[in-house]
Design a protein around this ligand. Structure first.
Ligand SMILES: Cc1cc2nc3c(=O)[nH]c(=O)nc-3n(C[C@H](O)[C@H](O)[C@H](O)COP(=O)(O)O)c2cc1C
Length: 146
């Protein structure tokens, strides 16, 4: 069972665009008083990120499409969650891809065996850099994660 009400935000970003989206969502959540913790999976201690995912009742997973897969740190992270029976959580997904975004599908595939995962709407698809539509979608996600 999750120990805390709040949102763990876990991401990777090569050029910074996915990070911008994540930081915008984080700012919006904090503004309305939601407890959050943000983890850049390429820099943080992976076991600390895994522990945080289990602490919170909600999570955001945001990553880039990388050769039709997800960025390796995100794959490693999600596989660790799945191996440890991550379940009963609300999850929001943000994907980035320049020509054939596929990260959300891959993330959902890894989490398929996890029980009782509900996905927040919408899944945000960024094409390289955030659009105005993406910013609106992030506002919607914020409401879903209250
Ligand atoms: C090595 C590499 C592989 C990539 N593979 C894909 C891909 O398969 N499909 C796609 O749509 N974009 C692909 N991209 C583009 C990235 O997804 C895009 O540059 C990135 O999502 C931008 O987000 P960021 O600024 O957060 O890094 C690739 C980029 C790199 C560097």
């Amino acid at each position: 069972m999750p120990e805390k009400t709040g949102v763990g935000i876990f991401y990777t970003s090569v050029y910074g665009n996915t990070e911008r989206a994540v930081l915008l969502l984080n700012e919006k959540l904090q503004k309305v008083g939601v407890t959050t913790q943000v983890y850049d999976l390429s820099k943080c201690d992976m076991s600390a990120a895994v522990a945080a995912a289990f602490e919170f009742d909600k999570a955001v997973f945001a990553t880039t499409t990388y050769n039709m897969d997800v960025f390796p740190f995100m794959r490693d992270f999600l596989e660790r969650l799945a191996e440890r029976n991550y379940q009963n959580r609300k999850v929001a997904l943000i994907e980035n891809g320049s020509w054939a975004p596929n990260a959300a599908k891959v993330m959902q595939g890894i989490l398929e065996k996890c029980k009782n995962i509900s996905y927040a709407e919408p899944v945000v698809r960024i094409n390289s850099a955030m659009s105005n539509e993406n910013e609106d979608q992030i506002s919607l996600l914020c409401k879903e994660l209250l």
